[in-house]
Write a protein that binds this ligand. Structure first.
Ligand code: SAM
Length: 284
């Protein structure tokens, strides 16, 4: 049975182009075009948008994006074996899909796409997390991207959306939510992929806030949060010793009890701590 775009089903594409999944590239493919269309709808109307898809593989999500009306998609794929299959998709959607062979960690999308960009990706865990950190720490805010729709291992997704007091609450939650609205948009069992990974997955949708939730210098916030969560079970008066100086005074000034633990401190209080620390450093 041919799919709505007139292209062969993904199982046939994989067989005819010899795209047996490679573990070294973290390849777990989505073959259900109804599911990929569902993911493609998460960012909203993309008809006038620039879309960056990282790691299209045989093109399941790419086809979902194009079938759902994405105006212009740039797809960056490291595995050269996938390029013929992706070229067939670009021929079925003339002028709407541009394919780049290469490592997404080494390509600046702004060299190829006008901002703002909606980013959509189903990537291996390590590449996805590294790119997320980069997308959260650009030179200026609001960033060049207008939404991120990213598949992660469920455990990583939980860390992005976690609230104070949750087991998964940590640096990733503070840095992501300080600058973005974040939500888990979809959860997927291992069987949704071919081959199935060992763990469950989830799609996180993130939209940048026009300005961060609370005033703070990004690098200082990142630093104090990293120090605080380095010893997450210790009281902050000892966990923050790495900041030097009178830690109890810093905490009190920030409205945080010195006996509190990092995992219960809100983003608002961490921002206050970053401001107090920056002020102390500037004065010394
Ligand atoms: N998007 C497809 C899907 O959902 O079925 C494939 C997903 S598969 C989990 C990850 C894809 O990312 C693979 O096609 C892999 O070759 C590609 N990939 C891995 N590392 C990459 C990198 N550094 N840059 C670009 N693509 C990468």
């Amino acid at each position: 049975m041919s799919a709505i775009d007139g292209l062969p089903p993904l199982r046939e594409v994989i067989a005819s182009h010899g795209l047996a999944a490679k573990k070294s590239l973290g390849q777990n493919f989505l073959l259900d075009l109804n599911l990929t269309a569902r993911i493609a709808r998460i960012p909203g109307d993309l008809s006038q948008a620039s879309v960056l898809e990282v790691g299209p593989g045989p093109g399941g999500l790419t086809r979902g994006l194009l079938a759902e009306g994405a105006g212009h998609v740039l797809a960056i794929e490291k595995d050269s074996r996938c390029l013929p299959a992706l070229t067939e998709i670009s021929e079925a959607y003339p002028g709407r899909l541009e394919i780049l062979e290469g490592d997404a960690l080494e390509i600046d999308p702004l060299d190829h796409l006008p901002a703002p960009i909606h980013v959509v990706a189903n990537l291996p865990y390590n590449v996805g997390t590294e790119l997320l950190i980069r997308w959260l720490t650009p030179e200026s805010w609001p960033p060049y991207w207008s939404s991120l729709t990213l598949m992660f291992q469920q455990e990583v997704a939980e860390r992005i959306v976690a609230q104070p007091g949750d087991k998964a609450y940590g640096r990733l939650a503070v840095l992501a939510q300080w600058r973005c609205e974040t939500r888990v948009a979809l959860r997927l069992p291992p069987e949704a992929f071919t081959p199935p990974p060992k763990v469950h997955s989830a799609v996180v949708h993130m939209r940048p806030r026009p300005t961060p939730l609370y005033d703070a210098d990004p690098e200082t916030l990142s630093h104090v949060v990293a120090v605080a969560f380095n010893q997450r079970r210790k009281m902050l008066r000892s966990a923050l010793k790495g900041l030097g100086g009178d830690v109890e005074a810093l905490l009190t000034e920030s409205g945080i009890a010195p006996t509190e633990r990092a995992e219960r401190v809100s983003i608002e209080r961490f921002a206050a701590l970053a401001r107090a620390f920056a002020a102390r450093e500037a004065a010394s």
